[in-house]
Design a protein around this ligand. Sequence first.
Ligand code: ATP
Length: 267
Amino acid sequence: KEGFVAINTMGNITTYDDIGGLSDVIQRVREMIELPLKHPELFQRVNIDPPKGVLLHGPPGTGKTLLARAVSQEANATFITINGPEIMSKFYGASEERLRKIFKEAETKAPSIIFIDELDSIAPKRENVSGEVERRVVAQLLALLDGLKGRGRIIVIGATNRINSIDEALRRPGRFDREIELQVPDADGRKEILQIHTRGMPLDDTVDLDEYARLSHGFVGADLMAVAREGAMSSLRKILPKIDLDKPIPTEILDNLVINDDDFQNA
Ligand code: ATP
């Protein structure tokens, strides 16, 4: 494992059940990414090219990374991550070679997903790009996309919060020519996300997720995850005075530990 490359090292498995408020998006992802990875022969049969590149775009924390991981798990595909800013800084000067290596690896280990987080930092519009090196990295990425012969067995997912600042050459047919937008969740979506992140937590019946969903207008998935975590932490803080950190926690305290509405209000 080298630097920015993480192959199936997520530790925990992410599935579609871990994603809230995005059922339409998941449906599109399944058709556009999971189907060709699993059954490229279907695309051959009807004689259309499966996508090579898909852009996931939307505000930070809406689940782009989560979705890319989930689809790779569900499709049993190798998941290779490229972090945009990192490949430009840490591997400055060697970025093109890194990209070539990653694409080669994806080919060897197909079916594969190459996930490029913050694609806009690798491939901003070329007029905004200052140095020669940046120009060459974009050109390399274009060449690698054009050269992909996976026929659906390798799909590159690019994530960005700023779709309009991506080099247009990357969005031409045969490159990142499909786009999926992730929006800030509505109240129903927020409730689903809260349910996911409180799954397995000992909530008492003062906890009203519907209400929190109503009150959290503008919150994205990452914010709602933080709310759930803070609620749980608040419940722990309350029992701290009652326990001796150097001794086992009495089962009575463990059994009676619940997270209540006050904890969520504190969060
Ligand atoms: P960024 O643009 O900042 O990289 P992102 O859109 O890739 O953000 P993620 O990294 O996928 O967002 O989200 C961060 C965390 O927030 C996830 O690991 C997950 O715990 C939670 N989260 C985000 N969106 C959702 C969602 N739709 N359902 C459930 N959890 C979510």
